[in-house]
Design a binder for this molecule. Structure first.
Ligand SMILES: Cc1cc2nc3c(=O)[nH]c(=O)nc-3n(C[C@H](O)[C@H](O)[C@H](O)COP(=O)(O)OP(=O)(O)OC[C@H]3O[C@@H](n4cnc5c(N)ncnc54)[C@H](O)[C@@H]3O)c2cc1C
Ligand SMILES: *[C@@H]1O[C@H](CO)[C@@H](O)[C@H](O)[C@H]1NC(C)=O
Ligand SMILES: *[C@@H]1O[C@H](CO)[C@@H](O)[C@H](O)[C@H]1NC(C)=O
Ligand SMILES: *[C@@H]1O[C@H](CO)[C@@H](O)[C@H](O)[C@H]1NC(C)=O
Ligand SMILES: *[C@@H]1O[C@H](CO)[C@@H](O)[C@H](O)[C@H]1NC(C)=O
Length: 609
């Protein structure tokens, strides 16, 4: 009895961050929600990875007290391990750069890629969340959906009409609640539509809202892309992307604090006695009896534990580690498994293949609208903190990067052959380019105390594919990541065209009143294809949207790893549910798609398929 009060006090910081629900109530101890290393245990479902997909699944599968559910997560609550950085929209860029220097190993896996052609043969840091919430605790909180045509193609490719837009939409809706813009807090000249197309969901756990703040350059840039033909559309969630609109985020509509899979799906249900979380714990391999998955072995700082799965093991360890866990457990390309002495349970050549991602390039100008200078004195930083904490306003409540439009790459900027290949690859409503307005100078040291902004353009219809593999039979060793972006010469050609397109946006007369001087980078000496490509090699970005390394498909598809219900081919009682288990990467940022996929697969599991 004496212990209860201090435990509640211990929990106070956890409760302070937005959740209305007290995870400890009545007679239940906080520790009751967590598993103990070294104590073997049995559950109906064992979920590997408490990330974006994993925590939604854990919530749905534990909704009925009849099911017991364990979640194994290598990280812990990011509120404990990353200060206030994960909570504040403006800090989304912190620790996500090309180098490891600013990343925090308590919330990031610190992965580096193999040398990347697209980055001039340099390795890059590839950000991945290592926390409850996974990459939803680490990302830029952008919430948007792919196009209707992209999901219809998904349905056709995997032979399951459930993924067609008209059917899949309800699974997107189930986990979210849309909030109208707070017109009392957001500037009048940056007012988005009150009712974006597709914003019909209420009652789901993830809050999706407009941020109270967007950088003033965004309003100007939006005018420019509209002048260049990207017509106004009401939001990016209604199955239409080609056009231009304001961007929505997964944030609490009042406080502007990040809403992640942890805040949305775990915290409110932590007290369920049938849900047990193993934080700070590595899943090391899936255990089999014959070809049936029967549990997971874990490692907590060297302490080995066996968690038995009476019904199923579900891998939600993300695009790199779900395939890694399959491989070290005996499922994957036979040649690779044999090389590391791993006995083959199922020879699936597609494990680790088909990696898609979105590369981008940035053009930068100095401007008259405030961006970097909002934080350039101690007094301004104090004011920004105070404003954010008071009522979720001020520059910390915006992310500093907004999607302003999507389009097919103008055909005059690329070859006829590449244009034909782009058109053949995707449905008509699938854009080639995603255009963003960003704030701030893109390097560590700005040349002066001015305001810098960028037009950043990403390729969302790509030809290059990468891989993930293993370097040993242990999942404690990092996976071998090769994004391979821009390896296909057509992607190089299109990204060069994208840089020219970004310059056209800056050159539009609507922006003339705010620009100061000549282009900062690449700078107008950089004009030839060759020079633009070498600029890209030095400064390209990758959007951290890696997908499809355990591709979903039909039984006849040699590269398919899972069927449309996420079941791994060739074995029983094992699924993969995360962004690795999609047939391809739809256009746009994938978090919403991950939530929808997990929602749909949870329904399949509960429905007995
Ligand atoms: C910097 C950044 C910015 C992004 N911005 C956006 C954005 O604005 N909008 C958007 O839609 N998408 C964005 N994305 C992409 C999006 O966040 C991810 O694609 C998505 O969250 C992936 O979800 P997932 O469930 O597949 O994997 P994750 O959410 O990464 O979950 C995997 C989980 O498994 C755990 N895990 C892995 N291996 C093991 C193991 N062996 N044992 C135990 N646990 C393990 C990890 O720690 C992690 O918690 C961004 C990503 C990053 C990194
Ligand atoms: C990267 O490596 C490849 C293969 O070795 C080489 O052809 C290419 O020129 C290199 N690129 C750069 C920018 O150095
Ligand atoms: C728990 O499981 C581990 C790994 O399978 C095993 O080595 C250990 O003996 C088990 N402990 C008990 C008490 O059964
Ligand atoms: C975030 O934390 C830092 C200390 O790490 C502090 O200086 C800053 O004021 C905090 N900001 C807010 C808005 O809480
Ligand atoms: C850049 O281009 C502009 C417009 O064509 C020109 O006026 C300016 O002198 C150029 N600057 C440099 C550094 O080449």
């Amino acid at each position: 009895m004496m212990m209860r009060k201090p435990l509640l006090l211990l929990l106070a910081p956890l409760l302070a961050c937005g959740s209305p629900t007290d995870p400890i109530s009545g007679q239940q101890l906080l520790g009751q929600s967590f598993g103990v290393p070294g104590v073997n245990a049995s559950y109906d479902y064992v979920i590997v990875g408490g990330g974006t997909a994993g925590l939604l699944l854990a919530n749905r599968l534990s909704a009925s007290p009849a099911n017991t559910v364990a979640v194994i997560e290598a990280g812990t609550f990011y509120e404990f391990s990353n200060g206030n950085i994960s909570a504040i929209p403006r800090y989304v860029w912190t620790g996500t750069g090309m180098t490891l220097d600013d990343a925090n190993p308590l919330v990031d896996w610190m992965f580096t890629t193999s040398p990347e052609i697209g980055f001039g043969n340099q390795s890059i840091h590839y950000a991945r969340g290592r926390a409850l919430g996974g990459s939803s605790a680490r990302n830029h909180i952008g919430y948007q959906r792919g196009t209707a045509g992209s999901y219809d193609k998904w349905a056709a490719d995997v032979g399951d009409a459930g993924f067609a837009w008209s059917n899949f939409q309800s699974f997107f809706d189930k986990s979210v609640t849309f909030h109208k813009v707070d017109a009392s807090k957001r500037r009048a000249n940056s007012t988005p539509p009150d009712d974006p197309a597709g914003a019909r969901a209420t009652g789901g756990e993830v809050s999706v809202s407009y941020t109270n703040y967007v950088g003033p350059f965004t309003s100007w840039a939006l005018k420019a892309v509209r002048a260049l033909g990207m017509k106004a559309i009401p939001g990016y969630i209604g199955g239409v992307l080609i056009g231009s609109s304001w961007d929505m985020r997964s944030v609490d509509p009042k406080t502007m604090v990040r809403d992640s899979a942890e805040t949305a799906f775990l915290r409110p249900v932590l007290k369920r006695p049938n849900l047990v979380v193993y934080p700070n714990t590595m899943a090391t391999r899936v255990l089999f009896e014959g070809t049936k998955a029967v549990g997971v072995q874990t490692d907590t700082l060297g302490k080995v534990t066996r968690l038995t799965a009476r019904k199923e093991v579900i891998l939600s360890a993300g695009v790199f580690q779900s395939p890694q866990l399959l491989m070290v457990s005996g499922i994957g390309p036979k040649a690779i498994l044999s090389k590391y002495g791993i006995p083959v349970i199922a020879d699936l050549p597609g494990v680790g293949e088909n990696l898609h991602d979105h590369p981008a390039a940035l053009v930068v100008h100095k401007v008259k609208t405030p961006s970097s200078t909002q934080f350039n004195t101690a007094a301004k930083r104090v004011a920004a903190d105070a404003s954010f904490l008071r009522d979720g306003t001020g520059p910390l409540s915006g992310t500093g990067g907004e999607i302003i439009g999507w389009e097919k790459v103008p055909r005059r900027l690329i070859s006829k052959k590449t244009a034909a290949d782009l058109d053949a690859a995707v449905p008509k409503d699938w854009p080639d380019l995603e255009i963003l307005a960003t704030e701030g100078y893109p390097g560590p040291i700005p040349p002066d105390d001015g305001d810098y902004v960028g037009i950043d353009i990403a390729l969302v219809n790509t030809f290059s594919r990468g891989t993930v593999s293993i370097s040993s039979a242990s999942s404690l060793d990092p996976p071998v990541i090769h994004i391979n972006f821009l390896s296909d010469p057509r992607d190089q050609e299109i990204l060069i065209a994208a840089v020219r397109r970004a310059r056209e946006i800056f050159a539009d007369k609507t922006l003339a009143p705010v620009l100061i001087g000549d282009e900062i980078s690449p700078g107008n000496a950089t004009q030839s294809d060759e020079d633009i490509l070498s600029y890209i090699h030095k400064s390209a970005q990758i959007f951290f949207h890696a997908s499809s390394t355990c591709k979903m498909g039909t039984k006849g598809d040699e590269q398919a790893v899972v069927d449309s219900k996420g079941r791994v081919f060739g074995v029983q009682a094992l699924r993969v549910v995360d962004l690795s288990a999609v047939p391809f990467l739809p256009p746009g940022h994938p978090m919403a798609t991950v939530y929808a996929l997990a929602e749909k697969q949870a329904a399949a599991i509960l429905g007995g398929t």
